[in-house]
Ligand binder design. Structure first.
Ligand code: CP
Ligand code: NVA
Length: 315
């Protein structure tokens, strides 16, 4: 079993699917008010180098609902003391660490150094928790068989897209990145995914072909956290890729609109699309809670997901 949750590429398709099924079950239990205190007495340290609404609150709530406790640290890693020294302190007190860092390497170093599981809560490279919740949402709206679905990711080939690409390298789903020139993502990730993709994987600068037959149109901010000084320049480059009514019309008529949030309304998405009937972005936000509870339960107990199911069904 993988100790940490750093990248979806570290997991097999079957393991990701098991996490998704557990997330569905935990959602059902939560919605029906049935206790599922799988992490009674367990603790999670949360490190945030960047701001957060969804990730911070859903991890905190998730630990509470699972019978555990979370502690919040909001400091830059490696400034006051080294990353391995932070890891060696935390591992003496807590059962797991969740970290949102600027440098992806810092989360990897934390995971290598700590004896306890480390969960990636967004780095400048990846955002795997987000994609788990996104796929849970997609299955709710489009059915559990993903292989016939096409996701068009419109915008920056950055951390959120990279995690979608990693997902597509493990499970069959058709993924197209529709982006301006120069924003095609990390070639190391896209090159590997192009070889390993379980469905079709494409990168295009043309919204017409890119959105054709899409079942889901996904976007993210044009300037991510840490790229704020590039905002004005990016606004010009990304403007033709704004997800508005006209762009949505290029996809299937029943295509859902997805956004990891926070949204910059009037920039990457128009109000009428994000507030429209096909928008599922708040379902995605809701599912952050349930998807992350599946990751927490699985990692902090060190159990295979199947034995967690067995325990849940026994209660
Ligand atoms: N989508 C997401 O990760 O939201 P936060 O930055 O608010 O955590
Ligand atoms: N790409 C965005 C995602 C926010 C959840 C960022 O890194 O800021």
């Amino acid at each position: 079993m993988v100790k940490d949750f750093i990248s979806l590429a570290d997991y097999t398709g079957a393991e990701i699917m098991a996490l998704l099924n557990l997330a569905d079950e935990l959602k059902r239990l939560q919605k029906t008010g049935r206790p599922h205190r799988l992490l009674e007495g367990k603790t999670l340290a949360m490190i945030f180098e960047k701001p957060s609404l969804r990730t911070r609150l859903t991890f905190q709530l998730g630990m509470f609902q699972l019978g555990g406790f979370s502690l919040l640290m909001d400091s830059r890693l490696g400034v006051r003391e080294s990353v391995p020294d932070v890891a060696h302190n935390l591992e003496r007190w807590v059962d797991g660490i969740m970290a949102r860092t600027f440098r992806h390497e810092d989360v990897c170093l934390l995971a290598r150094s700590a004896a306890v599981p480390v969960i990636n809560a967004l780095t400048d490279k990846l955002h795997p928790c987000q994609i788990l919740a996104d796929v849970q949402t997609l299955r709710e709206h489009k059915g559990t068989s993903l292989c016939s679905l096409k996701v068009a990711f419109v915008g920056d080939g950055n951390n959120v897209f990279h995690s979608w690409a990693n997902f597509a390298s493990r499970l069959p789903l058709n993924l197209t990145l529709v982006c301006p020139e120069g924003y095609e993502g990390d070639p190391e990730i896209t090159g590997r995914v192009a070889k390993e993709a379980q469905g079709t994987f494409a990168i295009t600068h043309d919204p017409v072909s890119g959105l054709k037959d899409a079942d889901a149109v996904y976007t993210d901010v044009w300037a991510s956290m840490g790229q704020e000084e590039e905002s004005a320049m990016r606004e010009k480059v990304f403007l033709p890729y704004q997800v508005n009514k006209k762009l949505m019309e290029l996809a299937k008529p029943d295509a859902v609109f997805m956004h990891c949030l926070p949204a910059h309304r009037g920039h990457e998405v128009s109000d009428e699309v994000i507030d429209g009937p096909n928008s599922v972005c708040f379902d995605q936000a809701e599912n952050r809670l349930h998807a992350q509870k599946a990751v927490l339960a699985s990692l902090l107990r060190g159990d295979r997901v199947l034995s967690i199911f067995a325990e849940l069904n026994h209660k």
